[in-house]
Ligand binder design. Sequence first.
Ligand code: SF4
Length: 215
Amino acid sequence: MSYAVKEIYYTLQGEGARSGRPAVFLRFAGCNLWTGRERDRAGAVCRFCDTEFVGTDGPGGGRYASPADLAEAVSRHWPGDALPQARPYVVCTGGEPLLQLDAAAVTALKGAGFEVAVETNGTLEAPPGLDWVCVSPKAASRLLLRSGNELKLVYPQAEPEARPERFAEFAFDHFFLQPLDDDRLADNTRASIDYCLRHPQWHLSLQSHKILGIA
Ligand code: SF4
């Protein structure tokens, strides 16, 4: 299998329980909940996406012919002078990474020494061997992944199926609300804070990379 990758870059994880951790971001092209074209946004299942995931033209992007090629490309972004205590970490994201991330790619990335995380909308099965699973449910999509390390819900979403109450009993270690970043961000942040204070199972996740102005 080959892999269509929008971009690969090294940065700090900006969101959720591992916020602040250096990571290689491996952004796969394509998503099953939106085409990525603005003219299709209004009719998409997921309508608030803030990520460019169409094509393979970003830094480090391209078509990688094999799991080994993909792992090698990711490895090139991890600092070569890092001490062994700094375990290499890759965050597979998108778009929707589980359209492409298969067991062979996970094995290749782990063989290259990486701890492998995925950030998914949860509508597709995950391959075995992942070290960290972050599920971010979107609108009224059908959720297959109901367990993992963290559930990160963009809040608020208009659809009743995306209310936090629907997910509170799922089997995750961490539950995060992340304010929807639209033209009502201040209101959405206030609403997220209020919800977390009333339901302390939920913690607030801020997109610190945006606050810091990093990728
Ligand atoms: S599921 Fe994620 S990548 Fe896909 S359109 Fe929604 S926010 Fe964007």
